[in-house]
Design a protein around this ligand. Structure first.
Ligand code: AMP
Ligand code: GLY
Length: 425
């Protein structure tokens, strides 16, 4: 079968690398893709939220399944668009419809969902410009740090954690009345601060049954020791050593099962990934957020540990026969280290030639922000490439990733040298 992946990052390159291993695959297309996906599939120069262009490509290339990488096309309703179009409605889309995508598209929606279905999460209230004063009064009832979240999608930047009450009140006002995060902050969720260790768990569901994918921990800050500005993610480790069997059993019992059952009860036919951001508080899981897609760079450590045929799993999602599909995971540890452009996550340059990729051995390079130009590979984004390695221990896997990064070069290249630092014995 011919498959189309929507997206352009390391996540999509990791999906593509796994799908090309399947005997069931005929041709693979990625829209828009990057220099890495161009080596194993056909890139199509299409914006994933331009649904008419997606439709044209799907019909032209006889695509029989679409896999959606990022959240934007899901929240904008790409799956609903397919179902409403006579020429597309028989083509399965892996990723939820608009109703399910609200779990990521609206923080308030996800909090109401969790409360209703008994999923453990931080206590909260939601406020708008009309209820600003009530919001300030609510802040006075809480202990610092104060957590303010823009309700809508804000490119991962819409969460503020503030130690000072006056600052929290000012920021709340800025979000609600000055649209600090645009329309995304016309509503703000204020929630209780959860003090614990963060990790993520991923679920693939056909709306009825589910498979629990490996756990992962990502490193969001630009600086070593988890300091400096937030980024899209500077590296990841899977599995997470402290997410042992007992903890994961609690996650399944208290979070995954009520989430899947809650979607069914609410009449949300959800077929795709659920990314569950968790806080481990003294051995108990609390949900920080849902995302309706895989994480990036978490995908670059989760997908390489899946030994089963990913295309068969996706077919199971599409036909609601996921429970019949075999699902094997590698017991090895996967690590990924993200190499980024100088200056990222602030202003950075693109178009820098990348050299030394042919010297990489024993590590998979998943391209993120790269582009093929005149036979060369050049940088085309802030996060440029993820170096993923598998080994029996986290230390051995990291050693391979770092040894291979040393062979690769582009002007301004930067990466964190301490991925996994907090998980070492
Ligand atoms: P989110 O966009 O919801 O993932 O939030 C971004 C980051 O803020 C999370 O990855 C956490 O590190 C942190 N965070 C969000 N909510 C809370 C909370 N209630 N307590 C503590 N930290 C939080
Ligand atoms: N790495 C975090 C995310 O994909 O949202």
């Amino acid at each position: 079968m011919n498959i189309l992946i929507l997206g352009a990052g390391g996540r999509e390159h990791a999906f593509a690398s796994k799908l090309v291993e399947s005997n069931k695959l005929s041709k693979l297309f990625i829209a828009p893709g990057n220099a890495g996906t161009a080596e194993i599939a056909t890139n199509l120069s299409i914006d994933p939220v331009d649904f008419q262009a997606v439709k044209k490509a799907v019909l032209e290339h006889a695509i029989s399944m679409v896999i959606v990488g990022p959240e934007a096309p899901l929240v904008a309703g790409v799956h609903d668009f397919f179902l409403q179009d006579a020429a597309l409605q028989h083509i399965p889309v892996i990723g939820p419809k608009k109703d399910g995508a609200e779990l990521e598209g609206s923080k308030e929606f996800s909090k109401i969902f969790m409360k209703k279905h008994g999923v453990p999460t931080a206590a909260y209230e939601a406020f708008t410009a009309e209820t600003l004063e009530a919001g300030k009064a609510f802040l006075e009832t809480l202990k610092p740090p104060f957590v303010l979240k823009a309700d809508g999608l804000a490119g991962g930047k819409g969460v503020l954690i503030l130690n000072d009450l006056q600052t929290a009140k000012m920021e709340l006002e800025d979000m609600l009345t000055n649209e600090k995060f645009g329309a995304a902050s016309s509503k703000v969720v204020i929630e209780e601060y959860l003090d614990g260790i963060e990790l993520s768990v991923f679920v693939l569901t056909d709306g009825k049954s589910y498979k629990m994918l490996p756990s992962a921990k990502d490193y969001k800050r630009i600086g070593e020791g988890d300091t400096g500005l937030n980024t899209g993610g500077m590296g990841a480790i899977s599995p997470v050593p402290f997410a042992d069997e007992a903890f994961l059993a609690k996650v399944e019992e208290r979070v995954v099962i009520p989430t899947i059952a809650g979607l069914q009860k609410d009449g949300i036919d959800y077929r795709g990934f659920v990314f569950i951001g968790l806080m481990n508080i003294a051995g108990d899981p609390f949900v920080i957020e849902y995302n309706v897609r895989m994480g990036d760079p978490e995908t670059e450590v989760v997908i390489p540990r899946i030994q089963s045929d990913l295309l068969e799993l996706f077919e199971g999602v599409a036909s609601q026969t996921l429970h019949e599909k075999s699902f094997q995971l590698s017991p090895q540890t996967a690590t990924t280290v993200m190499v980024v452009a100088g200056g990222y996550p602030e202003a950075y340059e693109k178009g820098k030639e990348i050299s030394g990729l042919e010297k990489v051995v024993g590590t998979t390079v998943f391209h993120a922000g790269t582009a093929p130009v005149d036979g060369k590979t050049v940088t085309n984004g802030g996060r440029v490439m993820a170096f993923t390695s598998l080994a029996d221990t986290m230390e051995a896997a990291l050693e391979k990733s770092y040894a291979n990064i040393a062979n690769v070069h582009f002007e301004g290249m930067n990466y964190r040298k301490d991925i996994g630092f907090d998980l070492k014995d």
